[in-house]
Design a protein around this ligand. Structure first.
Ligand SMILES: NC(=O)CCC(=O)C(=O)O
Length: 311
C-alpha cells in the first residue's frame, strides 16, 4: 500500500476568500472600474483572497476574444496596451489582497522571428500579491469545445490556443493554492496533482451556461473537493439575459467534506467563506484516503512528467 505525505498543515492560518460574481458588459473600461469597486467591497468583508470571474473584462464569446485581447506588458509605460493587467495589480495593492483576477483574453506574439507566425490568443488568469506583484499566469489548459445538439455549441479552440502548465501558487502566510479556469474543472487529474502537491484550495474562475450549469457546476465543485479533501471555489459572472452567452452564476465555495459553504444566485453578488486548515486535516484524518491509495494497482498521476508553472 502506498502512502503520500503532504506537509501538514496545508493551510497555515484561517483565511477568508471572496468570490465576486461580477456583472460585466461590452465596455472594457467600465468593466475594470466596476471590478475595482467590487474588489474593494470584497476586501471590506475581511477577505484576503479575492477571486473574479472568467472573462470579467469583456463579454464571453469567441467573437469577442480578439477585440478585447491584451498583450501582457508589466513594465510602464504599457498601461494603454495592458489596461487589465495594470488595473488588477492596482486592485490587489490598494486593498492589500491576493487577487485571482478571473481571466482575460490574452494576445501573445511569438518571440521567434517569423513574420508568418500568427499571434496566439489565450484565456488567461493573472494572480497578484497584496503589493500588486504578478505571482502567476494561468492559461486555460482545456479549451471549452462542446456540442450538445439543440442546446449549446461552443468552440473556444476556433480562436484560442491552450495553455500547457498547471498553476500552483505559494502564498507565504497561508500556503499553496491552484488556479485553473472553468472547463479545467472537468479534468480531475489536474485537481489531484494540485492536491498531492500540497494545495489547500482549488480556485476556478468560470462561466458555465444554462445547459450544463444546473447539472454540473455544483457537482463538479463538490466532486473536486471530496476527491481531494480540500477547498474549492468557483467564481462566475452574473447572468445577463441580454448578452450572447448566458452565464449560470451560482459562485460558490465548497469545504473539504464537500459541503457548500456559500453560494450566490444568478445576480451580481459577493460570497465570502472562511477557509480553515483544521477542516482539511479533520476530513483527511476521518477518511484517510492519503494513506489508502494503491499505487501498486494504478499510477500516481502526480508523479512523472507534470508541467507546473513556477514550481
Ligand atoms: N467557460 C467554460 O469553460 C464553460 C464550461 C462549461 O460550461 C462546461 O459545461 O464545462
Amino acid at each position: 500500500m502506498a502512502s503520500s505525505t503532504t506537509p501538514s498543515p496545508v493551510l497555515k492560518q484561517p483565511v477568508k476568500l471572496a468570490c465576486v460574481q461580477l456583472a460585466s458588459g461590452p465596455d472594457k473600461t467600465a468593466n475594470l472600474q466596476h471590478a475595482a469597486s467590487k474588489v474593494r467591497d470584497a476586501a471590506s468583508t475581511g477577505a484576503k483572497i479575492v477571486v473574479l470571474p472568467e472573462c470579467f473584462n469583456s463579454p464571453y464569446g469567441t467573437d469577442h476574444f480578439p477585440s478585447y485581447a491584451e498583450t501582457l506588458l508589466p513594465s510602464p509605460p504599457s498601461q494603454s496596451q495592458s489596461p487589465s493587467f495594470h488595473a488588477l495589480s492596482a486592485m490587489a495593492r490598494e486593498n492589500a489582497v491576493y487577487l485571482i483576477g478571473g481571466s482575460i483574453p490574452e494576445l501573445h506574439h511569438s518571440e521567434e522571428e517569423d513574420d508568418n507566425k500568427k499571434p496566439s490568443y489565450y484565456n488567461t488568469s493573472l494572480t497578484f500579491s497584496p503589493t500588486g506583484e504578478l505571482l502567476a499566469t494561468h492559461r486555460k489548459i482545456h479549451l471549452f469545445d462542446i456540442s450538445i445538439p439543440g442546446k449549446i455549441t461552443f468552440r473556444e479552440s476556433d480562436v484560442l490556443s491552450p495553455g500547457n502548465k498547471l498553476t500552483l501558487i505559494d502564498l507565504p502566510e497561508y500556503g499553496r493554492l491552484a488556479v485553473a479556469i472553468c472547463y479545467d474543472v472537468r479534468f480531475p487529474e489536474l485537481a489531484t496533482v494540485a492536491a498531492r502537491r500540497g494545495c489547500f484550495a482549488l480556485v476556478y474562475p468560470g462561466a458555465f451556461n444554462l445547459t450544463t450549469g444546473p447539472l454540473h457546476w455544483k457537482l463538479l465543485g463538490q466532486a473536486r473537493a471530496v476527491d481531494n479533501q480540500l477547498y474549492v471555489a468557483l467564481c462566475s459572472p452574473a447572468r445577463d439575459m441580454g448578452a450572447g452567452y448566458h452565464a449560470w452564476g451560482h459562485s460558490l465555495v465548497v469545504d473539504p467534506m464537500a459541503q457548500v459553504l456559500v453560494e450566490a444566485e444568478e445576480k451580481e453578488a459577493i460570497v465570502v467563506a472562511e477557509l480553515d486548515g483544521d477542516r482539511i486535516e479533520e476530513a483527511r484524518k476521518g477518511i484517510p484516503l492519503r494513506d489508502q491509495r494503491r499505487f501498486d494497482v494504478y499510477p500516481d498521476v502526480s508523479q512523472g512528467k507534470v508541467n507546473v508553472e513556477g514550481l
